[in-house]
Design a protein around this ligand. Structure first.
Ligand code: FDA
Length: 524
């Protein structure tokens, strides 16, 4: 009895100290002071306030979703278009001193636009845009490369292929996706079954931390280095550049795309695909895009045509892939083939990062561990895919994806059969269209619940989804119960790794300076 009050007293003292620390998360917001501080440390030509003539074009440059191009979208107070690391360091230090949070933007592809918008207009923030920091230095002899975060995947693949036709990198498909956000969330693409995630091949990095220091792997320490390779962008500092271990690619790879309509055999094929695709040899990936009333099977094989034709005949004869379906090419041509659907496209297309968004979209994701029964595919086709409202993308795992421990990086979904992405898109402006299409994808996601991972139902952090939840009061100091709230999205994205991420966050950013609607809160 006698110990209880003193224990409580001690606990209270600790809590007070912690909440005081939390209360110091950022200084009171002083936007004028922030801008003055920037002008002392950063050349004025690269600081864009909302009053600058070029602000709209700088902001819009890498926005990829029309959903966030509206007059009502809360946008940054200031955009700093950094041209060297010292600008990023100064932005962080000025932000900490004057209570203005800084969000990094690399390629701007965040599905919820969190690299350039907030959901609360009362929440001033700034953006450090890294698009001008995109150097790529390839060391062919050591099979390694340093790439700056502002480079796109297309620029990276182009840069590697330019130096060696026998080296490649296992990242995502979209050529305009930024390296900074992509690696931060793991990053998977067509070579993942052979080589795993993009983040698995990061061997060093340089980051600007919450105190504005520039740290490499040795300087940041292994926990911090673990967290930036899949723990999601925007929580653990601003990664300036990444050192990559490149992979060997054969001189010739083979691709095919075959379409199978629903009224022929697509439901049967899809049902069987779930057993076959994760079990194929790791040199092959066979993904599926389901849209309208057909399934499109797309494959990359790291070898010659004869090999894939034989493998398909042996393991998936029902798909009916013929020699004529298969096209041999170099690895970089296969990158172009999947990015732009076709052959004979110039490699320089991979350098075009200025593509403008042409649609509104909303996406969600799941991980599937047990094959989904045929009747569920039939019903999805009948109810959800009948009028071109959206599509499904099925990316099979297995191979090297399953060969890495779920705790080796923050990305925990290594043992899934496949990732299932739901993608709804529309072209009409206005609330009615938006509500209809957002409703469509939410209903479809709900409908699939019985068939996908559970406790928690998984999701991929690089397919960010604010429906999972958002931080309370995310624009001010981190709330003391932030951890409990953040489990709603932290566990779906990171499973058991979520807790370690919050502990790392407490270590590297205890004041929660790098905070957005779905950032990792510090474990209090
Ligand atoms: P953006 O700049 O918007 O950043 C995303 C998040 O990371 C934000 O929170 C941002 O603040 C933070 N961030 C950005 N730069 C950072 C840095 N340097 N340091 C720390 N944090 C940083 N995924 C996949 O795995 N495989 C694929 O094939 C594809 N394909 C694809 C195609 C298309 C058209 C889109 C729109 C998206 C994909 N993706 C994908 C998803 C993609 O990997 C994901 O959206 C990435 O986070 C995008 O990175 P960006 O740098 O472009 O985004």
């Amino acid at each position: 009895m006698a110990t209880a009050p003193s224990f409580l007293f001690a606990l209270l003292a600790v809590c007070t100290a912690i909440s005081t620390a939390a209360g110091m998360a950022t200084a009171p917001t002083n936007t004028t002071g922030f801008v003055s501080c920037l002008t002392v440390h950063i050349p004025p030509g690269i600081v864009y306030t909302q009053a600058s003539d070029s602000y709209p074009s700088v902001l819009d440059f890498s926005i990829k979703n029309l959903r966030f191009v509206t007059p009502a979208t809360p946008t940054p107070l200031v955009i700093i278009k950094a041209t060297n690391a010292s600008h990023v360091q100064a932005a962080v230090r000025c932000g900490v001193a004057h209570g203005v949070r800084v969000r990094p933007r690399s390629g701007g592809h965040d599905y919820e636009g969190l690299s350039y918008r907030s959901i609360d207009a009362a929440c001033p923030f700034s953006v450090v845009d890294l698009a001008a920091l995109r150097a790529i230095r390839v060391d062919v002899k050591r099979k390694s490369a340093w790439v700056d975060s502002g480079a796109t995947l297309g620029e990276l693949y182009y840069g590697i292929a330019n130096k060696s036709a026998r080296l490649g990198f296992p990242g995502g498909i979209g050529p305009t996706v930024g390296v900074g956000g992509h690696f931060s969330g793991g990053g998977f693409g067509l070579m993942m079954r052979k080589h795993g995630l993009a983040a698995d091949h990061v061997v060093d990095a340089v980051v600007v931390d919450a105190e504005g220091r520039l740290l490499d792997r040795a300087g940041m320490g292994e926990d911090h280095f673990w967290a930036i390779r899949g723990g999601g962008g925007g929580s653990f500092g601003i990664v300036m550049s990444w050192k990559l271990q490149l992979v060997r690619v054969p001189a010739t790879v083979t691709v095919f795309t075959v379409h199978r309509p629903r009224n022929r055999s697509a439901s049967d094929l899809l049902t069987k695909w779930q057993h076959v695709a994760p079990a194929l040899p790791r040199d092959v990936i066979l993904r599926v895009v389901v849209q309208n009333q057909e399934a499109q099977f797309e494959s990359l094989y790291l070898g010659r045509r004869t090999g894939i034709v034989t493998t398909m005949a042996r393991m998936f004869p029902e798909l009916g892939v013929t020699r004529e379906d298969c096209i041999e090419m170099s690895w970089i041509e296969s990158v172009l083939y999947f990015a732009f659907y076709g052959t004979g496209k110039p490699a320089a297309l991979l350098l075009d990062r200025g593509t403008k968004p042409d649609r509104y979209f909303k996406a969600k994701s799941d991980f599937v561990h047990q094959p989904i029964p045929r009747h569920a595919w039939e019903s999805t086709w009948s109810w959800f895919l009948k009028d071109g409202a959206g599509l499904l993308i099925l990316d099979p795992y297995g191979g090297q994806m399953g060969g890495v421990a779920p705790s080796a990086t923050p990305f925990p979904h290594r043992r899934a059969l496949y990732n299932l992405q739901y993608y709804g898109f529309w072209w009409d402006n206005g609330t009615e269209a938006s509500e209809q299409h957002m409703g469509w994808i939410r209903d479809l996601h709900q409908e699939m619940e019985p068939y996908v991972s559970k406790n928690p139902r998984g999701a991929y952090v690089n397919y960010r989804d604010l429906d999972l939840g958002v931080n309370d009061d995310y624009c001010s100091s981190g709330a003391d119960n932030g951890y409990v709230k953040a489990r709603a999205w932290g566990e779906p994205y990171f499973n058991a790794n979520f807790e370690r991420l919050t502990a790392v966050k407490a270590m590297v950013d205890p004041r929660d300076f790098f905070r957005n609607e779905q950032s990792i809160p510090p474990l209090r």
